[in-house]
Design a protein around this ligand. Structure first.
Ligand code: SF4
Ligand code: SF4
Length: 342
């Protein structure tokens, strides 16, 4: 049963939109993400069997359908029951339990999979460090509040972006000293990591993005892979084992062997690798296919297989997703999370 549900989670993550039946009023606020795989879309969080998935919603078409029943809600696919009982879980900001803010959806860099800089709306306008700290303080009053987190595109230089993030962490910690705060910056010096730690950041996420050097050069032309590895190593020294994580995107044409090698490399440094299935959308499809050719697609089998390897590797290096209480390991909406989901 459990194995079946994990497979359902994998299929749900990889599948398309969820249709909301006409006339059904959602009892939760719709999440409008400006970062992550759901950037630019309206989304809801479905929870089932202790797991959760964030899905974009639509009024017509779609891959899945939410069906109200006497007992609650059922998720169907192609007119058949996909998950008998699902619940709608509220997000605080972006994520259930978390006040997770994108400081700026614009970015000076051009990672081809990333939709944030292309969002037409000034989605993060007005989100000053002061305003974010106030919003975290309000969110911290909620019973379901777990933590706060910050991400950001790089705007006006790496150093300036990190400083804006550090300042925001400081203001959050002034208002809610007990809140755990996670940060997801692009950094290029150890001093920036120390600045973020001294500001009060508890957890760090530095994304390596892809395990394949050739793919990396094509999809992250402005990032430096060697630097990312050095920063991850330094981050583990500064924030500690089990407090640093890094996303590896699956579905850009990388081999399983390269994913395993990268996970081993990160875990050996004390950094927990996260596996993030690529989300292809109208914003990133053209530019990804131009650079990489036709995209291979991902099936649930591969996600499950690599997920089991991820768990084995983390375990062998004494790493566990439950040492994190911020960002994607805590949220679990976009990935299979070892030690939590399976
Ligand atoms: S550094 Fe790359 S992934 Fe991060 S926001 Fe900028 S373009 Fe997107
Ligand atoms: S798993 Fe990460 S990217 Fe996905 S909704 Fe949660 S916090 Fe955002």
């Amino acid at each position: 049963m459990e194995e079946d549900m994990i497979r359902r989670k994998a299929e749900l993550i990889l599948g398309g939109e969820v249709r909301i039946p006409a006339g059904y009023r959602l009892p939760v606020r719709i999440s409008r993400s400006t970062a992550g795989p759901g950037a630019g879309s309206r989304g809801i969080v479905l929870s089932f069997h202790g797991m959760r998935v964030k899905k974009p919603i639509c009024d017509e078409g779609g891959d899945f359908e939410l069906v109200p029943t006497e007992e609650g809600l059922r998720l169907e696919r192609g007119g058949r029951t996909f998950i008998e009982r699902v619940e709608l879980e509220p997000v605080i900001y972006h994520s259930p339990g978390q006040a997770f803010f994108n400081l700026d959806q614009r970015c000076d860099f051009r990672c081809l999979f990333c939709s944030s800089p292309s969002l037409g709306v000034e989605a993060t306008k007005g989100l000053t460090p002061e305003r974010i700290a106030e919003m975290v303080a309000e969110a911290a009053e909620r019973e379901d509040f777990v933590s706060a987190a910050l991400t950001s595109g790089v705007v006006g230089g790496i150093g300036e972006t990190v400083e804006r993030m550090a300042r925001t962490v400081e203001l959050i910690k002034e208002k809610v000293p007990w809140a755990t705060v996670g940060v997801e910056p692009y950094v290029d010096s150890e001093e920036q990591l120390l600045r973020l730690r001294d500001a009060g950041a508890d957890e760090m996420k530095i994304n390596i993005e892809t395990p394949d050097e050739g793919i990396f050069r094509k999809v992250c032309p402005d990032l430096d892979r060697g630097l990312l590895h050095r920063m991850i190593e330094a981050a583990v020294e500064i924030f500690g084992r089990g407090k640093v994580s890094s996303n590896i995107i699956i579905g850009l044409g990388e081999s399983d062997a390269s994913v395993l090698e990268e996970m081993e490399r990160l875990a050996a440094m004390g950094c927990a690798p996260g596996l993030r299935p690529l989300k292809v959308n109208d914003i990133n499809r053209g530019q990804l296919e131009e650079a990489l050719g036709p995209l291979p697609g991902i099936d649930a089998e591969r996600l499950l297989r690599l997920g089991r390897e991820q768990k084995r590797i983390m375990d062998a290096h004494g790493l566990d997703s439950r040492t994190f209480s911020t960002m994607c390991f805590e949220c679990g909406c976009c990935d299979l999370v070892p030690f939590r989901d399976f």
